[in-house]
Design a protein. Structure first.
Length: 44
């Protein structure tokens, strides 16, 4: 599991999007991911 962070600036505000990602491999060796998203608004 790991956290992906993405920051967006819109209208003078910063928006930080955090995604908790879980990755695993299936029987064929391909990576399968699941994502849980949370957004946090911050002013600059």
């Amino acid at each position: 599991m790991y956290v992906k962070k993405h920051t967006v600036r819109k209208g003078g505000r910063h928006y930080v999007h955090l995604r908790l990602v879980e990755a695993s491999r299936n029987e064929q060796g391909q990576v399968a991911t699941g994502c849980f998203a949370r957004s946090d608004a911050r002013t600059s």
